[in-house]
Design a protein around this ligand. Structure first.
Ligand SMILES: Cc1ncc(COP(=O)(O)O)c(C=O)c1O
Length: 387
């Protein structure tokens, strides 16, 4: 086994470009807060990267989701269909709107929200009344679908888009983990009415913290911008006709974001190389399944992950503890949110796979700067612990 000299972190920032230069520019020019040239530049360059016309930077990805849902028309008392298998922020944003999550299952190929079961829920459990989708069981309006592109892999978005054409319902994408991924040749996160990114420290690129809402709709972009800036209606006077939020990104953070975005192709190449290394080394191991991309997808491999066979799933917790004790920061997959105490009363629909993915899986170290020896040490450590 390759000797480990230090901790192999799960996913840490890689600051290898113009980060210092652009931050110094902010300090030298006195633009350190929410005004300053890097904010619109980051928005413009990210919009171009995803091929959508409008982008609004936010203080983090959770705030992006909150204002995107608000802009999509999610009101207090509404419902949003969302996968249970995701990070808590996705669902917290629904609750910030005063709305209720209805938890959908995952599908086996992409681990994303299951389009068939979602269609089934809408057909069997809902009715369309006065131009609205109403959940028969709760009497509440179902306002939006909020699928998530998990671990860098796009979810199967076309059938979900189709549902949004058949029903008066909005598609908001949580693309926090999938910057740079592709769905059937298109950039993942460019299809929904609105789509949200995160630039948290462990994401594909980081701004030290930050998020962004993307949309093709100029009116929605203006609404999101207003919500993020305390809903100030006049550039000079302090006039507010609704309650907004202080969700703007600072110029300092945007400067980091711009520098990181310049390196996106290299970062994606590193992520893919790490995933390919793990696939090559672990693909043939009995009892282990490496999460790879669907034929219609190009994953950004934000976090390469593996599943143990069903029969060995009870070993996963011990494996996670053992690897971390060895200095290999493996992570559990997302604990399904319907199992969380805070959401235990939420409605669920035909959940089968999500809990199995959680029980069987773990994510492996994948920082952009990870070395060949570290990748090898992760593989050796995993194989040794698997026995
Ligand atoms: C799927 C998902 N949604 C939302 C977020 C929230 O982003 P942030 O941490 O920037 O608020 C994250 C990551 O943190 C995430 O992984």
């Amino acid at each position: 086994m390759t000797e480990l000299r230090r901790l192999i972190p799960n996913a840490v920032p890689h600051l290898a470009g113009n980060e210092w230069k652009y931050l110094k520019e902010c300090l030298d020019t006195n633009w350190v807060s929410s005004a300053g040239p890097f904010v619109p530049r980051f928005e413009r360059e990210m919009a171009a990267c995803l091929g959508v016309p409008h982008a609004v930077a936010t203080v983090n990805g959770t705030a992006a989701l909150h204002v995107a849902l608000r802009a999509a028309g999610v009101e207090p008392g509404d419902e949003v269909l969302v996968p249970t298998f995701t990070f808590v922020a996705t669902v917290n944003a629904i609750v910030y709107c005063g709305a209720h999550p209805v938890f959908m299952d995952s599908e086996a190929v992409s681990w994303g929200m299951d389009p068939e079961k979602t269609a089934d829920f809408l057909a069997r459990e809902c009715l369309v009344k006065d131009g609205r989708v109403v959940n028969r069981g709760t009497g509440r309006v179902v306002r939006a679908l909020l699928p998530v592109h998990l671990y860098g892999h796009p979810c199967d978005v076309d059938p979900l888009l189709d549902l949004c054409r058949r029903y008066p319902i909005a598609l908001v994408e949580d693309s926090a983990e999938a910057l740079g991924a592709e769905y059937r040749g298109r950039r993942a996160g460019a299809d929904g009415l609105l789509s949200c990114l995160s630039f948290n420290g462990n994401k594909i690129i980081t701004a030290g913290g930050g998020g962004m809402v993307l949309t093709r709709d100029a009116g929605l972009a203006a609404r999101v911008r207003s919500l993020t800036t305390q809903a100030r209606g006049d550039a000079l006077e302090f006039v507010h006709d609704e309650v907004g939020f202080n969700y703007r990104l600072s110029n300092l953070h945007a400067a980091l974001g711009v520098a990181q975005l310049e390196q996106l192709p290299a970062f994606l190449a590193s992520k893919r190389a790490t995933a390919a290394f793990y696939q090559e080394a672990l693909g043939g191991v009995e009892g282990l399944h490496v999460f790879t991309e669907a034929p219609w997808a190009r994953s950004s491999y934000w976090m390469p992950s593996v599943l143990l066979d069903e029969a060995r799933s009870r070993d996963v917790r011990a494996l996670l503890r053992g690897l971390n004790a060895d200095g290999i920061q493996a992570r559990p997959l997302w604990r399904p949110l319907h199992l969380q105490p805070v959401f235990h009363l939420a409605q669920t629909y035909r959940l089968e796979l999500a809990e199995r993915l959680y029980a069987r899986g773990l994510s492996l170290p994948c920082s952009v700067g990870i070395s060949h020896d570290e990748r090898q040490a992760v593989v050796d450590g995993l194989l040794a612990r698997l026995g």
